[in-house]
Design a protein around this ligand. Structure first.
Ligand SMILES: CC(C)(COP(=O)(O)OP(=O)(O)OC[C@H]1O[C@@H](n2cnc3c(N)ncnc32)[C@H](O)[C@@H]1OP(=O)(O)O)[C@@H](O)C(=O)NCCC(=O)NCCS
Length: 144
């Protein structure tokens, strides 16, 4: 299987939206995803297996900090090292754009995602109580 990571295009949004719907507690709407693409200082990349969208991430660069908006791998491709591959691309882009620190929010019980972030040196620096609609707390993680 050939895996490539490319810059987002509008024609990937339907597939990204479908992954959001199945994987994320509070999924982004199609309009919000399209809005993200059009923002300045956005890095939004898509993982393709041949022509199939199997993952994506985006982060916003604000001064020298990067705010990760979303990252996901399609369900049937999870836990096979692809999230790691996608995150390596994110780190590479962050370095290229001179981002000095990265941050994100993650559900306190989302062990897979927390495992991924810890692997890349992220540490918990704060908690937002009852942050998600299922009242799960969010951990605020930073890599500095
Ligand atoms: C989080 C996510 C992007 C990780 O991608 P992935 O392809 O599953 O991750 P990888 O296979 O590369 O594994 C990376 C690390 O995640 C953790 N992990 C992966 N699968 C796991 C599992 N089944 N159980 C526990 N931890 C797991 C491990 O720490 C792993 O590191 P290791 O392989 O060195 O042990 C993916 O699982 C996903 O899309 N989840 C749903 C969406 C989501 O929660 N996004 C984050 C919102 S904040």
């Amino acid at each position: 299987m050939e895996i490539n990571i490319v810059n987002v295009q509008e024609n990937y949004i339907d597939d990204i939206f479908n992954i959001e719907q199945s994987e994320i507690i509070v999924p982004w709407s199609k309009e919000s995803l399209l809005g993200l693409i059009r923002q300045q200082f956005i890095i939004f990349r898509v993982m393709l297996k041949d022509d199939e969208v199997i993952g994506y991430y985006s982060f916003q660069k604000i001064c020298d900090e990067g705010y990760i908006n979303n990252i996901a791998i399609k369900r049937e491709y999870q836990s096979q090292g692809l999230g790691t591959k996608l995150f390596e691309d994110l780190i590479e882009r962050a370095e290229k754009f001179e981002v000095k620190a990265l941050t994100l929010e993650v559900g306190k019980n989302n062990n897979k995602a927390i495992g991924l972030y810890e692997k890349f040196g992220f540490k918990v620096e704060g908690v937002r109580k009852n942050y998600y609609k299922n009242s799960e707390d969010a951990l605020i993680m930073w890599k500095r």
